[in-house]
Write a protein that binds this ligand. Structure first.
Ligand SMILES: Nc1ncnc2c1ncn2[C@@H]1O[C@H](COP(=O)(O)OP(=O)(O)OP(=O)(O)O)[C@@H](O)[C@H]1O
Ligand SMILES: [Mg+2]
Length: 757
């Protein structure tokens, strides 16, 4: 284990810092210390001996109204920590300096473009110390009324004409109503973002009836549309609103429920009260009949859910669309391959996730209606970006926060986002791509524990996934940081890559050792974190970068290999058991010494002589007590078996099987289990009378005479054994018995018989 996990070895003891922020910067440094051999890999920005700084707790909203831009690496704080600090004191953080920027916080290696802009606009600059001083000394500011941007302010008041059921205050509405339902947009004005998509949808619906008359060409005129876009941004809402606006009676089918053809038929029947779907979708339907049906619009929601369970559903939907007499709006999140056929018959309208400023004012207004106070104006932005602009999520998160709090500050908002993130279920593929991706390693925000947390999502499968895929990654290596005198500078990168891979491999094998201890005879579950570090965190620390295979990460093939190995072991054992009378080798010897020879002898005659070789092969099989299943198994177990099987003519193979099945073959012995059961069955039978035994003996003797003449029966040892046993048992019972009919006496007699035999 050459990886130095013992942080005390690498990190000089740092004096204790009070703030959690400084802790995380410490963690970031600790991560750097994982890069073994500091002489080879010199971290660019390692501060020589950073002096710990106390992170100030400034006055409330002391940076309100000020805009900050960050450039370069700060001495103590990571960029993200510093930005959080500014935001939590009410300041705004933007990416590029402009005339409206209040300060630029400059660290080591600042961006040249930003420096130019600073000069151009004459913006005051701060270093880390000055920023901390500013926070320490700035006075508290009284909160301004909620929405900040002037545009947002005026729009918010317009927008919130939600007066229909007037959900003005939380006390008047039932608690159970979710904010996302309560504040469902009731007019197009209230819908944030995607204006052009909504316009297109409206245009399509407006033109629908005239297009029906002239006929749909599936080129520019479509009878249906497909709205695609990420969740929670108002696709379903927009479809309903436009439908109502254009005077349609909207019927929504959640496609997850109406997958199959039958279910779809039923669903449509309920819309039209027609008896058959054919009748309804018949193009020849007269215009009056169409009018009689009223103006109905069908929304097929979540059509991507349809294809998951039942492809027939999508095909059927395509058929409906081709013949439809009413407009159909299909909605999906991802239009993957499965929906390809649908895209041919639908006009596609893409919904984008709205920008922060498009959502901000609505979120703030809803919060103010619900009496949820935002301590800083930038909280809304943080929550919106944290939820990926999924408005449904945002409203749900805020409404559950409101259940126990009346206000929210910046840090709480961030924590809320983080907590909700944890509830997301990650599949092994997601986790693998996160660990192999550069973002979690570049961005120094996450510490080792965050990465270890990913391991706990899938602790069984993830190590295998890492093992399966780490060689497909081209590790991200900064060749400038490698110093080696003994190699050609051109080879430096290649060598660094190989070194990274070898370290990852070493760590994976350490992880495998932990795994065997965890799952060993004395399970040591306390090793789980160590296992996670060795099997997942360290390998991906060394090897993360670009997935060169270009494809999705592969599922561990070792799982498949294990089951195949077990199967091979099983069939090899069968073969060995069958051959035991002839051959005394164990499983391995059979596999290595006998099977190659048998393979040729059992297949070549069929290839070379065709049907004439069949009897030769069967004879050999009988000699070794191999049955047809064993023949198949030998072909499967041998190298090149597949190829050989192809060489055997199909008709020969069929004739071989037929001939084998039609003739009888020697059976080496009965399985131990069946002998046992017959024994126990015999034991459970009542002990025969002495006279009975005599009779059996006589019958057996007769049988013996017959069997002596019969070649085949003589081969069958079991039959002979049984009759002998019975007769001898009777004789010996007579000899040894004291006259009492006991089980013990009979059993003893049996033993004697065996010995004689
Ligand atoms: N653009 C928006 N403007 C205002 N509110 C919105 C918007 N988008 C979503 N919402 C809120 O989120 C809720 C859910 O929206 P909707 O059902 O339309 O999302 P969707 O895009 O259909 O999502 P999904 O893909 O998950 O079906 C709405 O009831 C509304 O409260
Ligand atoms: Mg929806």
């Amino acid at each position: 284990m050459d990886t130095k996990l013992d942080q005390s070895e690498n990190v000089p003891e740092e004096p204790k810092m009070e703030s959690s922020k400084s802790k995380s910067s410490k963690r970031a440094k600790e991560e750097d210390s994982y890069s073994e051999a500091p002489k080879k890999k010199l971290p660019k920005t390692t501060p020589s001996a950073p002096e710990p700084k106390e992170i100030p707790q400034g006055a409330i909203n002391c940076l309100l109204g000020k805009t900050f831009v960050f450039t370069g690496d700060l001495e103590n704080l990571t960029r993200e920590d510093a930005q959080d600090l500014v935001k939590s004191h009410g300041g705004r953080v933007t990416t590029a300096p402009s005339s409206r920027t209040s300060y630029v916080v400059v660290g080591d290696n600042p961006g040249p473009n930003k420096l130019e802009k600073i000069k151009q606009h004459n913006i005051p600059t701060l270093n880390e110390d000055e920023l901390l001083d500013l926070i320490r000394n700035a006075p508290a500011q009284i909160e301004t009324p909620q929405p900040t941007p002037a545009k947002g302010k005026s729009r918010a008041s317009d927008d919130m004409e939600i007066s229909e059921p007037t959900p003005s205050s939380s006390s008047t509405t039932p608690l159970s109503q979710l904010w996302s339902d309560k504040y469902k947009p009731r007019s197009l004005k209230e819908l944030c973002g995607n204006k052009s998509a909504v316009d297109n949808l409206q245009k399509w619906l407006k033109a629908w009836e005239s297009n029906l008359k002239t006929g749909f060409d599936f080129n520019s005129k479509f009878p249906a549309v497909l709205l695609a876009g990420p969740p929670g941004i108002g696709k379903t809402t927009a479809a309903h609103l436009i439908g109502k606006l254009e005077g349609y009676d909207v019927k929504e089918f959640n496609a997850s429920d109406t997958r199959s053809k039958k279910a779809l038929e039923m669903a449509v029947k309920t819309v039209t009260h027609n008896t058959s779907i054919k009748g309804f979708f018949q193009p020849e339907r007269s215009e009056t009949e169409v009018r009689k049906m009223g103006r109905t619009l069908i929304i097929m929601d979540e059509v991507d859910g349809m294809s998951a369970g039942d492809r027939g559903g999508v095909a059927e939907l395509v058929q409906l669309i081709k013949k439809t007499q009413i407009p159909i709006i299909c909605i999906c999140n991802e239009k993957g391959k499965k929906l390809q056929s649908l895209t041919n018959v639908c006009q596609e309208i893409r919904f984008q996730k709205p920008r922060v400023e498009q959502v901000r004012s609505r979120i703030m207004t809803i919060a103010s209606r619900e009496d949820l106070k935002f301590s800083q104006p930038n909280i809304a932005d943080e929550i919106i970006t944290g939820a990926n602009a999924d408005i449904r999520q945002i409203l749900n998160r805020l409404s559950s926060w409101k259940l126990s709090n009346d206000s929210i500050n910046y840090n709480e908002g961030k924590a809320l986002n983080k907590a909700s993130e944890k509830n997301v279920i990650l599949d092994p593929f997601d986790i693998t791509s996160r660990l192999f991706g550069t973002s979690i390693w570049n961005n120094r925000a996450g510490n080792v524990n965050d990465k270890l947390e990913l391991y706990y999502h899938e602790s069984d499968i993830l190590p295998l996934m890492i093992h399966e895929n780490y060689l497909k990654i081209k590790p991200h290596i900064n060749s400038n940081t490698i110093e080696r005198d003994d190699v050609n500078p051109d080879d430096l990168e290649q060598i660094a890559i190989l070194e990274a891979i070898s370290k990852a491999a070493a760590s994976i094998s350490d992880g495998a050792m932990c795994d065997s201890m965890i799952h060993g005879s004395q399970p040591q579950w306390s090793l789980m974190p160590v296992h996670g570090i060795f099997s997942c965190v360290i390998p991906t620390y060394y090897v993360h970068g670009i997935n060169t295979s270009g494809a999705r990460y592969a599922f561990p093939s070792s799982l498949g290999q294990i089951s195949r190995t077990n199967k091979y072991k099983r069939i090899l054992r069968e073969i060995q058991i069958h051959m035991r009378l002839k051959v005394s080798g164990d499983k391995n010897e059979i596999r290595q010494s006998y099977l190659p020879a048998l393979f040729t002898a059992l297949s070549q005659p069929l290839i070379e002589k065709g049907s004439d070789g069949i009897s030769e092969v069967i004879k050999l099989m009988d000699q070794y007590y191999l049955n047809k299943d064993d023949w198949d198994a030998i072909m499967e177990l041998s190298f090149g078996g597949d190829k050989t099987l192809k060489e055997i003519d199909k008709s020969v193979k069929a004739a071989f099987t037929k001939k084998y099945n039609s003739s009888s073959h020697p059976v080496p012995f009965l399985k131990a289990s069946s002998v046992k059961s017959s024994k126990t069955a015999a034991a459970s039978v009542d002990v025969p009378d002495f006279e009975d035994a005599m009779e059996v003996e006589e019958v057996a003797k007769e049988e013996e005479v017959v069997s002596d003449d019969d070649e085949d029966l003589s081969k069958d040892k079991f039959i002979k054994q049984k009759s002998n046993e019975k007769s001898n048992a009777a004789t010996s019972t007579r000899r040894t018995s004291t006259g009492t009919k006991t089980r013990g006496g009979r059993g003893g007699g049996r033993k004697a018989v065996r010995k004689i035999k």
